[in-house]
Write a protein that binds this ligand. Structure first.
Ligand code: NPQ
Ligand code: MG
Length: 373
């Protein structure tokens, strides 16, 4: 496979409603796509970050810079680029996992399409549908929250995740539990908004039978999570803290978490995501796939990953309509609380030119074979 062309397409998609987390409020998804054209097929990927370093230290402008100046030149210099060879070519560059994930994923998509193989098959999927959870943002009032949860349950979501922060934690959880009953699979995500000094407060969540509390403390506070997990009955799930299979092995070995949220963008791509899955499976640690408000492109690829056997908990992979009135691909729809795993080559979705035309704000060529930059 020869890489002919790499384009970066900046997109802005309005969200159906603002999404508020302990990191801030978003009203649109402003990110970029990578379009890789090879002599055999084309591939797409979607940057997992934001315009600002808010969820993680990575952000769009930085990723573009590191792709253009450091990653793309190394990958396009490979004699025979393939997804499995890309990580080694990029390894002299430190960090920037989200940028690396983007390039590897676009090439992986192209490679799978060139072999007429669904990404799910390449990764080792054992399911053709994946149970869908939904992540519910912080609201102004409990009434608004209950209304919103009720609508999601009516649509069929099988698990509810509430975003929490100091001042919006015990009461919203209590209200949702009371309104929807003990059978509801309910969990919370703090996006690192607490410190170990809040342990007594967080312990009050134990009475609500939550499936998990996700990333209560800072991403680098491994020791804090170890201590906190001794104090809470609610299982701790790590998101931001886990950036590699090695960090997953360390966190599990040290008792910092009992569940791991795998986000391919956060960990540098689908191949490292699969390794984390394997490490967790070996330790009996359940995993699920996290979300970064992906469009149909990233959503399709996440569905392929979430079809692996160790993904035993519902993922943050929702229907397109959870975030967007119009997606960049055919809309993904819930069917009995599940989303279908794409079964066509590569990520199995087609980027719709009309939709892309509406939401693309600019395109920058990062590489063209045979032309010096
Ligand atoms: C999480 N996602 O699990 C993330 C956090 C998050 C679905 O809860 C723009 C882009 C805004 C990515 C807000 C969910 C975001 C974002 C929150 C990711 O922690
Ligand atoms: Mg999270």
């Amino acid at each position: 496979m020869k890489i002919e062309l790499i384009d970066l397409i900046e997109i802005r998609l309005p969200l159906v409603r603002p999404f508020r987390t302990s990191c801030g409020t978003d009203t649109e998804r402003h990110t970029f796509l990578l379009h890789v054209v090879t002599d055999a097929a084309e591939g797409w990927a979607e940057f997992g970050g934001d315009p600002g370093p808010v969820y993680s230290s990575e952000f769009a402008a930085n990723a573009e810079r590191v792709l253009r100046d450091h990653l793309v030149p190394r990958v396009t210099a490979l004699h025979r680029p393939s997804a499995a060879r890309i990580a080694a070519a990029m390894s002299p560059i430190k960090g920037h996992r989200m940028a690396k994930a983007l390039l590897e994923t676009a090439v992986l998509d192209a490679e799978c399409r060139a072999h007429a193989m669904p990404l799910a098959t390449y990764l080792g999927a054992v399911r053709d549908r994946v149970p869908a959870g939904v992540s519910v943002g912080i609201m102004d009032t409990i009434a608004e929250l209950l209304e919103s949860v009720s609508a999601y349950l009516e649509q069929g979501y099988v698990r509810i995740k509430l975003k929490i922060e100091p001042g919006w934690d015990i009461e919203p959880v209590r209200a949702v539990r009371r309104e929807f009953g003990d059978e509801l699979a309910l969990q919370v995500d703090a996006n690192a908004a607490y410190s170990l000094a809040d342990a007594e407060h967080l312990r009050r969540l134990d009475e609500f039978g939550l499936v998990q509390i996700e990333q209560p403390l800072d991403e680098d506070d491994l020791r804090g999570h170890i201590e906190l997990s001794k104090l809470l009955r609610t299982p701790i799930c790590l998101d931001e803290s886990i950036r590699s299979a090695r960090e997953a092995a360390a966190a599990i070995g040290l008792g910092a978490c009992r569940i791991i949220n795998i986000k391919p963008s956060r960990v540098g791509g689908y191949l490292e995501a699969r390794r984390i899955h394997d490490v967790c499976a070996a330790h009996g640690i359940p995993v699920w796939c996290g979300g970064m408000l992906e469009t149909g492109i990233g959503r399709a690829q996440n569905l392929a990953l979430a079809a692996l056997p160790g993904f035993v908990l519902p993922s943050d992979i929702s229907a397109s309509s959870r975030y967007y009135t119009e997606d960049l691909t055919d809309a993904f729809q819930l069917d009995n609380g599940c989303l279908p795993v794409p079964d066509q080559p590569g990520s199995g979705v087609t980027v719709l030119p009309a939709a892309l035309g509406r939401y693309a704000v600019s395109t920058r060529k990062l590489y063209e074979r045979g032309s010096a930059r």
